[in-house]
Each structure stands twice: as structure tokens, then as C-alpha cells.
Design a protein around this ligand. Structure first.
Ligand code: APR
Length: 232
């Protein structure tokens, strides 16, 4: 990979799978016992706030019992040592990338350890359970909700992501099914701007055909090997 200077990496649930964090579209298609549309849409939140808040409380609480894996650690090493531009865009809402040490990081679908005020839009770091109608520390309105980007809502920092993709020499997708846009379209944007494209995934994804190269296997093996191939 000669001449590579600017790298954009996209991760999905597969990068956290070896840390025992459930993926979305595993066997049975249920996400921790729920249909995604019952816990990850604005309608679900309006229809049953108790269920939705409890679902994310349970996942937030689980974070204390999981650890970053070799893939997270290799990406953090790359973040520390890569001399060019590097942006790690994750669809994941767990905190494993930052706990491994990644800094040049964007959570485009939000974060479990954050609360969003539906009234004033402010985001607040949040560690514990978040019952419905919790007061916002900034505006006082009882309108805090999980800071998760639901289906139909705009992901975070899309302009920053689009700019990085336009400048990228290499786009690497790790552990994502390519089922959800706009993330699933990033490979096409990167290719359009002339980037090399690489996919590291356990199974072929819905977007595999768009990648210049696809390597199949567990992220815990493929990612350290790829980072090593960059001389890091
Ligand atoms: N190593 C690498 N890849 C893996 C591993 C592993 N150990 N285990 C699973 N995978 C791959 C699967 O083959 C699959 O392609 O990870 C992918 C997980 O796909 P999904 O469960 O669909 O998760 P993701 O792609 O992150 O979902 C995207 O959908 O529900 C929304 O907002 C939610 O961010 C999520 C988005």
C-alpha cells in the first residue's frame, strides 16, 4: 500500500463481537431479544419509553463487563503512530475504541455513555441508568433520552466524515454488514475520490463487491495483521 497518507476506517458491530458485545444481525435476527424496530426508532421511543430506556440501560451496564479486543488495540496503536491523517468512524455505541486508546474517533450512531436532551439538543456524559423524563442538566426539561441515533435520524458529524472520505487514500471497512446507510455508502464515496478500498469481515457483506479487496476472518486476527502490514 505505497503512497498511502490519509486513512478512513469504518467499524461495525463485528469489531466488538470478540469482546462479547452482541452484533445486530446475528442468528435469529433479534438484537438481544428485541426486533431492532422495537427499540431503535423514534416511534418505539414514543410508544414505549420504558422499554427503550431500559434496553439501553442494560447495554450501558454491560460495558463494565467487556474489554477491548486485539482489533481495538491494533486500531488504537495505528491511531497513535500513523503520521498521516486518520479518522476512525464507528457505527458502534460501545466505548471499546476509546478504552483501547483511539482518539481520532467519531461515533456516528451515538454512544451508550451519553444522554441527549430532546428539548435543547445538548449531550451529557452518562454512566448510570437513564429513566424516562430525567431532567436535562443544561435546560432543566425532563427530556433526556439515550444518545443513540435511531433509524430515520441524522447520524453525527456527517460533514466531517464526507470531507475525510474525499481526502482518503485508503478506506477500510471492518466488521459491518453494509446493511445500513449512510455508512454502507462510504466505500462508494471513497472509490469515487480515488481511494483504495479494503474490507475485513467475518462474512462477505452486502457491499463486498464495491471493495478492491475483501479479507474474510475474525477482526481479532485480520486487523492486527493489516496494521502490522503498514509497518505499525
Ligand atoms: N470479526 C469480524 N467481523 C465480524 C465478526 C468478527 N469476529 N463477527 C461478526 N462479524 C461481522 C458479520 O459478518 C457482519 O457482517 O460483523 C457484521 C455485523 O453486522 P451487523 O450485526 O449488521 O452490525 P453493523 O453492520 O454494525 O450494523 C450497522 O445497523 O442496526 C443498525 O445502528 C445499528 O450501527 C448499527 C448498524
Amino acid at each position: 500500500m505505497t503512497g498511502i497518507r490519509n486513512i478512513v476506517i469504518l467499524t461495525g458491530a463485528g469489531v466488538s463481537a470478540e469482546s462479547s458485545v452482541a452484533t445486530f444481525r446475528g442468528p435469529g435476527g433479534l438484537w438481544e431479544g428485541h426486533r431492532v424496530e422495537d427499540v431503535c426508532t423514534p416511534r418505539a421511543l414514543a410508544r414505549d419509553p420504558e422499554l427503550v430506556h431500559r434496553f439501553y440501560d442494560e447495554r450501558r451496564a454491560k460495558l463494565t463487563s467487556v474489554e477491548p479486543n486485539a482489533a481495538h488495540r491494533a486500531l488504537a496503536r495505528l491511531d497513535r503512530e500513523w503520521p498521516g491523517e486518520l479518522l476512525l468512524v464507528t457505527q458502534n455505541v460501545d466505548d471499546l475504541h476509546e478504552r483501547a486508546g483511539s482518539r481520532r474517533l467519531v461515533h456516528m450512531h451515538g454512544e451508550l455513555k451519553s444522554a441527549l436532551c430532546a428539548a435543547c439538543g445538548n449531550r451529557t456524559a452518562w454512566e448510570d441508568s437513564l429513566p424516562p423524563e430525567t431532567e436535562c442538566p443544561d435546560c432543566g426539561t425532563p427530556a433526556l433520552r439515550p444518545d443513540i441515533v435511531f433509524f430515520g435520524e441524522m447520524p453525527y458529524q456527517m460533514e466531517r466524515i464526507e470531507r475525510a472520505l474525499a481526502e482518503a487514500d485508503l478506506f477500510v471497512s471492518i466488521g459491518t454488514s453494509g446493511a445500513v446507510y449512510p455508512a454502507a455508502g462510504f466505500v462508494q464515496t471513497a472509490r469515487y475520490h480515488g481511494a483504495e478500498t479494503l474490507e475485513l469481515n467475518l462474512d462477505p457483506s452486502e457491499g463486498s463487491a464495491w471493495f478492491g479487496e475483501s479479507r474474510l476472518g475474525p477482526a481479532g486476527e485480520l486487523v492486527p495483521a493489516w496494521v502490522g502490514s503498514l509497518g505499525i
